[in-house]
Design a binder for this molecule. Structure first.
Ligand SMILES: [Zn+2]
Length: 80
């Protein structure tokens, strides 16, 4: 079980079955849900902002190097 606080420098890439995808900074999720949130819990609660479906969302940890803070708050729209 992966705790998000252990992968803070990463982003989470989320992709729904409807093809909608977005990137979220792990640190944002920890700030929102607390430091004990796990990857499994995020997966269960993740809801697509496009089709509103919950579950069935593919998740991948992505390391974006030193730009993670620069990317915070942006880049949450569709990426193709
Ligand atoms: Zn969707």
């Amino acid at each position: 079980m992966i705790q998000l606080k252990n992968v803070l420098p990463h982003h989470l890439y989320l992709r729904c079955r409807c093809n909608h995808s977005r990137m979220v900074a792990v640190i944002e999720l920890v700030e929102a849900y607390g430091e004990n949130i796990t990857l499994d819990q995020v997966r269960k609660n993740a809801k697509c902002t496009a089709c509103k479906r919950k579950g069935g969302i593919e998740m991948r940890l992505v390391y974006v190097g030193g730009s993670e803070f620069a990317m915070r708050g942006s880049n949450t729209k569709e990426r193709e």
